[in-house]
Design a protein. Structure first.
Length: 289
């Protein structure tokens, strides 16, 4: 069995039909069918259950598909790695971030762009579970999140803690100092950033109030940062956010108050696939942290 046959097999498995796989591979159907039969004879197993409509992988076929993809990915990575040895970082760097860490990843994108003008970028924003899926599918190479990571297939590097702050409308009267405790703001109407799935920082904030036996006055939940800050600026309510997020936006109409004597801290981390190839650009990007 050779690499070409493995590519044929993976395409057939993904397409589910010999006819569509042959079109995608730009070869005739009979030779492709013969290649599949030769593979099954060589292995001594049946790789597909055949019916009139489609091909379905057998247990042996599923295992071969898993290993074939690993081998083909490793081959592609090896070729790129060898080709990159004598080159500056170039090509496309694909990275991702959850909403709360967007400022951390964007600042590093700017830094690496200055050093590598031939580099282009794909920057994705998504919730942590989606970022991990993108890493496993090799759609991105590196991501940043502030959520706990327990997957054994993921390596992680913890970054500097990012404190949460209270953000008030500038037009509000504020009789307190430039620091306050959560106990002092339980009556303030809050607008909290909440992701589509899970609780994220929203849950962390609510849990901190509950830890102190306090009930926050949540006026509004919002899934968009720009809209949230617009609501705060208009005087609709106050919010609590990681401090780094505010570096992405003008603070016009806003007032930032430090929170003290509490454990409300964002803990961002860089994550990537464990024991997997990283492009030269991705390695340089990782080193920036």
């Amino acid at each position: 069995m050779d690499i070409r046959q493995l590519k044929y097999f993976v395409t057939i498995a993904e397409e589910g039909k010999i006819t569509t796989a042959a079109k995608k591979l730009n070869i005739a159907q009979p030779p492709l069918s013969r290649q599949l039969k030769q593979m099954e004879e060589e292995l001594g197993v049946i790789l597909f259950d055949r019916d009139n409509k489609s091909l379905n992988l057998t247990l042996e076929g599923e295992r071969l598909l898993l290993r074939a993809k690993e081998l083909l990915n490793k081959l592609d990575e090896t070729m790129v790695e060898v080709q990159e040895l004598r080159k500056d970082a170039s090509g496309i760097l694909s990275v991702g971030s959850n909403l709360y860490c967007a400022s951390l990843i964007l600042s590093k994108v700017v830094d690496i762009r200055e050093k590598n003008p031939g580099l282009t970028f794909k920057v994705w924003e998504g919730e942590t579970i989606h970022l991990i899926k993108m890493l496993s599918k090799r759609q991105i190479e590196i991501a940043i999140t502030n959520s706990p990571i327990t997957e054994k297939s993921i390596s992680q590097m913890t970054l500097k803690s990012d404190p949460y702050v209270l953000v008030l409308p500038e037009k509000w009267m504020w009789n307190g100092s430039e620091q306050c405790r959560l106990e002092e703001i339980i009556d303030l109407p809050l607008i909290l950033l909440r992701p589509n799935y899970g609780l994220g920082a929203y849950g962390q904030i609510v849990n901190e109030f509950q830890r102190l036996d306090l009930e926050p006055n949540i006026l509004c939940e919002c899934q968009d940062l720009i809209m949230l800050l617009g609501l705060v600026s208009s005087g609709f309510g106050a919010t609590i956010l990681p401090l780094s997020l505010l570096s992405l936006h003008s603070l016009g109409g806003l007032r930032v108050i430090q929170l003290k004597d509490q454990t409300l801290i964002s803990e961002p981390k860089v994550i990537w696939r464990k024991n997997s190839y990283l492009s030269k650009a991705a390695k340089e990007f990782l080193n920036l942290f």
